[in-house]
Design a protein around this ligand. Structure first.
Ligand SMILES: Cc1cc2nc3c(=O)[nH]c(=O)nc-3n(C[C@H](O)[C@H](O)[C@H](O)COP(=O)(O)OP(=O)(O)OC[C@H]3O[C@@H](n4cnc5c(N)ncnc54)[C@H](O)[C@@H]3O)c2cc1C
Length: 417
């Protein structure tokens, strides 16, 4: 079967959906070809026995500017993950207010054993500097790795080792703060501006909302694009001829379709979901990090303490993430007992997800805005073309669409909510 369309978009992750949205709003006909059975790419959820399992622990920050412009937050019914942070120490669990809610408040809550006062003040000052900077200013700063940037800002080694390294290894999905300071700065800026949250119906609700706003039948599932030749895309069902193509696949898949495309290395994560009828941390959504590295996990959080709908009544759903796929469930359970200071023998394993290319590495030097136009008819989008985030994916998709609109002399409506 042969079809023709204005723009063929490969991939219905957030980048592809955002591109499709922007083009559709401007009257351009799109066909989104998606290999899997639903929208969202890496932002999907499963619903198992009354539990909501996001495919990998992730959070949505309502301060993401592009996402906030496009998404209906009220419909998502966002629940803030605004508990405290627990830090596993030798037999103790220090608590501090979640720095993703208010970094300064969190710092003032740090116990004396987790860093010198001046180091904390310097981190706070550093974070507020990023808050005040524009993205362009952040991009124009000389790039170094996050560890070097934090040290240069005067943050002491103890604060780095006890708090920042274990915390950010769960955000960047790498263990040594080798990520670009530009990405660190953007993340800090967003943490100061907004509270990471979860939609009541799970992260899938974000993708579903974008999908629902598109013209009917514009997304075709179970449509793996096997090859791209000029502006003709081929699936097992036939060819689609388009005036232009946006490749919005994840980086490894994009490199398969576009040989020679440089792509960043990827970071792995494994997320484990357990359930218990115990009440953990007095019902607060405490994010526990483990600087002692006493097991495979980097963090663990009783998610349903933030969003009750993630678990059936009287159950707690715990999400725990590891940067390695080598940890056994026995090791995980053992570490969880230390992290949550609770017996875990009776906890049930509800599911686990091992994701190889969860995030593209944001290595030094980081170009935050990579070109969207590969040729006069092939465009490209995806988080690895911007930043490794929901914001990055969505803004990259919209920019690729804008490039087509510009090339086709279609005026871009800046307010397209
Ligand atoms: C575990 C985890 C935790 C994360 N945590 C956060 C977080 O807390 N906050 C945050 O902002 N971001 C987080 N992220 C990052 C965020 O989810 C991603 O950056 C974003 O979803 C990437 O979107 P994308 O559209 O660029 O790519 P993808 O979501 O990978 O979408 C690409 C799509 O293309 C499809 N595809 C690939 N090849 C083909 C082909 N040949 N034919 C047809 N279709 C194809 C794929 O099936 C997929 O649906 C996390 C990601 C993971 C995995």
């Amino acid at each position: 079967m042969t079809n023709s369309v204005d723009v063929a978009i490969i991939g219905a992750g957030l980048a592809g959906l955002a591109a499709a949205r922007q083009l559709s709003i401007h009257g351009v006909e799109v066909a989104v070809l998606e290999a899997s059975d639903g929208p969202g790419g890496r932002v999907r959820s499963d619903y198992v026995d009354g539990f909501t399992l996001d495919r990998g622990f992730q959070l949505y920050n309502p301060a993401y500017p592009e996402a906030a412009r496009v998404l209906d937050h009220a419909q998502l019914d966002l629940h803030k993950l605004s508990g405290s942070i627990g830090i596993v120490g030798e037999g103790t669990l220090h608590s501090l207010t979640d720095p993703r809610r208010n970094l300064l408040k969190a710092l003032s809550g740090l116990s004396p054993s987790t860093g010198h006062l001046t180091g904390k003040a310097k981190l706070a000052r550093y974070a507020w500097q990023q808050y005040r900077r524009s993205v362009a200013e952040i991009e124009s700063q000389p790039d170094v790795d996050a560890l070097t940037a934090l040290r240069a800002a005067g943050v002491d080694q103890r604060t780095i080792d006890q708090v920042l390294l274990p915390f950010f290894s769960g955000v960047f999905l790498e263990p040594d703060l080798s990520t670009s300071r530009r990405f660190l700065d953007l993340v800090l800026r967003t943490f100061v501006k907004g509270t990471p949250s979860l939609p009541r119906a799970g992260m899938q609700a974000i993708a579903d909302q974008l999908h629902a706003a598109l013209p009917e039948q514009s997304v075709k599932f179970h449509s793996m694009v096997r090859s791209l030749s000029g502006t003709t895309v081929c699936t097992d069902d036939g060819a689609t001829h388009a005036r232009a193509v946006i490749v919005a696949a994840d980086a490894p898949s994009a490199a398969h379709l576009l040989p020679g495309l440089p792509i960043p290395a990827g970071h792995h994560v494994t997320t484990w979901y357990h359930a218990t009828d115990q009440v953990l941390h007095d019902g607060r959504p405490t994010l526990v990090i483990d600087p002692t590295r006493s097991g495979p996990l980097v963090n663990s959080v009783p998610l349903s303490n933030a969003v009750a709908s993630y678990a059936p009544p009287n159950f707690t759903l715990i999400s725990s993430s590891a940067l390695t796929s080598h940890g056994t469930e026995h090791q995980v359970r053992h570490q969880l007992a230390r992290m949550h200071r609770a017996p875990t023998n009776s906890w049930s394993l509800i599911g686990s997800y091992s994701i190889d290319y969860a995030l593209p590495a944001m290595s030094v030097p980081l170009q935050v805005r990579k070109p969207t136009r590969l040729s006069d008819s092939i465009y490209i989008a995806g988080d690895y073309r911007a930043t490794a985030s929901i914001q990055g994916a969505m803004v990259s998709g919209r920019r690729a669409a804008d490039a087509i609109l510009q090339d086709w002399a279609i005026p871009v409506d800046k307010v397209t909510r």
